[in-house]
Design a protein around this ligand. Structure first.
Ligand SMILES: Nc1nc2c(c(=O)[nH]1)N[C@H]1C(S)=C(S)[C@@H](COP(=O)(O)OP(=O)(O)OC[C@H]3O[C@@H](n4cnc5c(=O)[nH]c(N)nc54)[C@H](O)[C@@H]3O)O[C@H]1N2
Ligand SMILES: Nc1nc2c(c(=O)[nH]1)N[C@H]1C(S)=C(S)[C@@H](COP(=O)(O)OP(=O)(O)OC[C@H]3O[C@@H](n4cnc5c(=O)[nH]c(N)nc54)[C@H](O)[C@@H]3O)O[C@H]1N2
Ligand code: SF4
Ligand SMILES: [Mo]
Length: 756
């Protein structure tokens, strides 16, 4: 069950790694012994996090060692139970079944879900070899229930994803985001405290709950849940009214605004502030701060993405900084570099095969996945490969998701733990944990310096597990995608060094075009085998480093790497490999942001006609009438000090509030006659759940919240699986979603709450 410590690291030695609990991946210094973490602290040598951590990684041994880790491939028996099988059998049978389904229905009927969580993106990158071998075309993951609307807007406006610089911004704006708990940028609590302490810097927070972040704000706009579009429109309208638009910036860098400014000028400011339940004077104060500051940085997150008008909200949020010219300078928004991709490239004009839903950055909306299966439409999905994700738990409407997965002809899950989704699988393939293999994320897009960290393994793979790159490689081989003969020349070249390998690589790709389809696996099986113990999956980073050095040579050279062409890529790769604590890979002057605008005319696009239309239609929108059956708005899935998605499954990591309370205002609690700690039943149109109440004056009346990531089944001492806390998506419905991006309204679930 527990892994052994890597033979070459002595107990008592500090090693560099990173936290895997949120997208920031703070650098850690750790000591390990007998397969366990024994000491964990922030890594001061990490160039991004500089020693910072929050409280959560102290408990990482609950991820590495727990009672729900998978230690053998599993096959479902006809009676529904699982039996352990060996890896050769698992690979052979999974490959045979997948190729049968491909031959019968076509590879595009096999869908891929997941590919990486908060700390691991290499597995997903290697899966592309398997997907292309099988002719799979469709995929989805959690980004399609949070960020796809924002991505769609960013692509149209910038052709990239601007990064906020809160370290230097004079005015920092947080919209539906609680960085004190959820982070989302480096060293969040330090930066927030610095802003709060400095009389010359200001913070604006838009949130229905007075969060830990809101407590530090200069202007706190406590909006009615789901009314952000009205407040954002009002702020923009005030900027127009007070002539705070940076016309000079717009004429130099932006495209035609079309009807945008006329539409904004027509916004009834007073009425919109009233609808949102925020004093107009406060909204005006926020607008003046944004309109008159030298530098403004803005971030949005789930509070507006998983709520009504999701994509429109993302557009209005970006207009706040664009129309005021806060781009391409320190303290504003800038376009950084990326090594590796977590989202698809190119223009997406595809739609999902059954429902015709917009595919954004390669992803089908999570909320549409079940309906792409539960139909007799000939194009429906027949099989699914799920990797490093738990959609039964994390996608809206868990009962329907379970029903959909049941209806598939075949499902494979690759995970480290027996998840709610693995429970539905035909085969479960156990991955080695993120500390048992070389791993990385492709999240950072840092600016002016971008840092990449390739973490080295701390433990041997737990017995019975394999790193995902090995799983994908074996499946590709079993499917006949390559033979040892195909790779012989590259293997020989890899033994001679990177220069020789690079030259041979170009030639072999020309003479054996079939290998291009399985590129990551080719690198893994050739170059990877020469990189040293446990480092084979790093081979993919060689390709990524060559691509980055090819497209951004100046930026890579400014980070201190020398050479040109493939030599620069090799230098970057070596630098990455030799710096397991992270290394600056690109460095840029701020002006570069303008060169990186990748719209058709290379100007920032301020006009998105469908969203300007939605903006104009806001005025006619009737406030949702009070529904006596469901008078509350439930935010299903709030980030708290003791949540970390479903990465920690062992409930004992949570010392306080182990079952995750329902938060409620004192007024609502009094009306329901429930005391702090008292139990209530929460009912939605989809389901019901029980929870204990935490009374808090941080919430508005009528607004209740549940934490994210709870409600996981975990074996007790007798081996029986017990559910701890409320699984939020037993209460959500897949049809409640954005009209454009399909993003769910997890933060806006109509509910009834009754004392028990
Ligand atoms: N501790 C912890 N940190 C995490 C995670 C975790 O599980 N635990 N998960 C990580 C992940 S995957 C993500 S995506 C991020 C998410 O990070 P956040 O988006 O910051 O997290 P949430 O708490 O879900 O939602 C943010 C805020 O939205 C507010 N909100 C609710 N309804 C509305 C509304 O109608 N309007 C506005 N303006 N705000 C509203 C909530 O009150 C909350 O304060 O966190 C990451 N960090
Ligand atoms: N109602 C509601 N639903 C939500 C949210 C909400 O706020 N409210 N938040 C949404 C958001 S923003 C997100 S990001 C999603 C998150 O939901 P998911 O994307 O489903 O994933 P995670 O909970 O991050 O867990 C990732 C999975 O990876 C597995 N894992 C960990 N390490 C490894 C590894 O090395 N290899 C493999 N193969 N597997 C590994 C874990 O065991 C776990 O099953 O949830 C979404 N769902
Ligand atoms: S949870 Fe996020 S902010 Fe906290 S230490 Fe881990 S990576 Fe850093
Ligand atoms: Mo997320």
């Amino acid at each position: 069950m527990t892994a052994t410590t890597k033979a070459n690291t002595a107990a008592g030695e500090w090693q560099s790694t990173a936290c895997i609990l949120c997208s920031i991946n703070c650098g850690l210094h750790v000591q390990v012994e007998d397969g366990h973490f024994v000491k964990i602290k922030g890594d001061k040598t990490n160039p991004r996090s500089k020693g910072y951590t929050c409280e959560k990684p102290a408990r990482l041994d609950h991820y590495q060692n727990h009672g729900d880790r998978l230690t053998s491939p599993l096959r479902r028996r006809p009676d529904g139970s699982f039996e352990e099988i060996d890896w050769d059998t698992a690979i052979a049978e999974v490959a045979a079944r997948l190729s049968e389904l491909r031959d019968q229905y076509g590879g595009e009927k096999i869908m891929y879900y997941g590919g990486g969580g908060q700390g691991n993106h290499l597995g997903g990158a290697y899966s592309s070899a398997l997907r292309r071998t099988l002719g799979m075309r469709y995929q989805s993951n959690a980004l399609a229930q949070e960020k796809t609307g924002e991505f769609w807007v960013e692509r149209l406006m910038f052709g990239g994803r601007p990064e906020p610089d809160f370290e230097q911004a004079q005015v920092s704006v947080f919209v539906g985001k609680n960085p004190w708990q959820s982070h989302g940028f480096e060293r969040a609590r330090v930066v927030l405290k610095e802003i709060a302490r400095d009389p010359d810097r200001k913070m604006i927070v838009m949130d229905p709950r007075r969060t830990e972040t809101a407590e530090l704000a200069d202007v706190f706009l406590q909006v009615r849940p789901g009314t952000d579009a009205f407040v954002l429109a009002a702020i923009l309208a005030i900027l127009v009214e007070n002539d705070r638009i940076d016309r000079d910036f717009l004429s130099r860098y932006a495209g035609d605004a079309g009807a945008l400014f006329d539409t904004l000028a027509a916004v009834p400011i007073t009425d919109y502030c009233e609808r949102a339940g925020v004093p107009e004077a406060l909204v005006r104060q926020a607008a003046e701060l944004i309109g008159t500051a030298d530098t403004v940085a803005v971030i949005e997150d789930l509070g507006i993405e998983q709520a009504p008008h999701s994509t429109l909200n993302s557009y209005l949020e970006k207009l706040l900084y664009v129309v005021t010219g806060n781009f391409g300078r320190p303290g504003t928004m800038n376009l950084g570099t990326h090594i590796g991709k977590i989202i698809g490239g190119g223009k997406d004009n595809r739609t999902s095969p059954v429902g015709g839903h917009k595919i954004i950055t390669g992803l089908i909306p999570c909320n549409a996945v079940a309906e792409e299966i539960l139909t007799d439409h000939p194009e429906r999905f027949r099989a699914m490969i799920v990797e490093s994700a738990n959609p039964v738990h994390s996608v809206a409407d868990s009962p329907r998701m379970r029903e959909a997965l049941d209806a598939l002809d075949f499902m494979v899950v690759i995970d480290v733990a027996m998840t709610e989704t693995a429970q539905q699988a035909d085969y479960v393939l156990p991955g080695s944990s993120q500390y048992e293999k070389v791993e990385a994320t492709f999240f950072p897009g840092g600016f002016p310096d971008n840092v990449f960290q390739l973490r080295h393994p701390l433990f041997e793979p737990a017995p019975g597990t394999l790193p995902e790159p090995e799983i994908h490689s074996r499946l590709c081989r079993a499917l006949g995608a390559y033979t040892d003969d195909d790779l012989a020349r590259l293997r020989a070249a890899a033994e001679q060094g990177l220069d020789e390998f690079g030259a041979a690589f170009l030639e072999e790709m020309g003479s054996q075009p079939g290998l291009g389809k399985i590129l990551p696996v080719v690198l893994y099986e050739t170059l990877g085998r020469t990189l040293g113990e446990g480092l084979a999956p790093a081979a993919l980073i060689w390709g990524a480093a060559q691509t980055l050095a090819g497209s951004h040579a100046d930026s890579v050279r400014r980070a201190g790497f020398e050479g040109g062409g493939p030599a620069l890529g090799n230098a970057l790769f070596k630098g990455i490999l030799e710096s397991p604590n992270g290394v600056v890979i690109t460095s840029d002057p701020h002006q570069t942001s303008f060169d990186r605008v990748a719209t058709d005319d290379r100007r920032i696009n301020v006009l998105i006609p469908e969203l300007v239309e939605e903006l104009a239609e806001l005025e006619g929108e009737r406030p949702t009438p009070r529904d006596d059956a469901f008078p509350f708005v439930l935010a299903a899935g709030e980030r708290r000090t003791n949540t970390a998605n479903t990465i920690y499954r062992d409930p004992s990591w949570r010392r306080k509030d182990p079952a995750g309370s329902l938060r409620m205002s004192p007024g609502d609690a009094a009306r329901l006659g429930v005391a702090d700690g008292g139990r209530v039943r929460v009912t939605t149109k989809r389901g019901a759940a029980e929870a204990a109440v935490e009374i808090t004056d941080t919430l508005r009346d009528g607004h209740v919240t549940l934490p994210n990531g709870l409600g996981l089944a975990y074996p007790d001492e007798s081996g029986e699986r017990v559910v701890h806390g409320t699984p939020p998506n037993e209460l959500t419905s897949s049809e409640d979603r954005d009209w454009l991006a399909g993003t769910p309204w997890h933060k806006h679930v109509r509910a009834q709450v009754e004392a028990i």
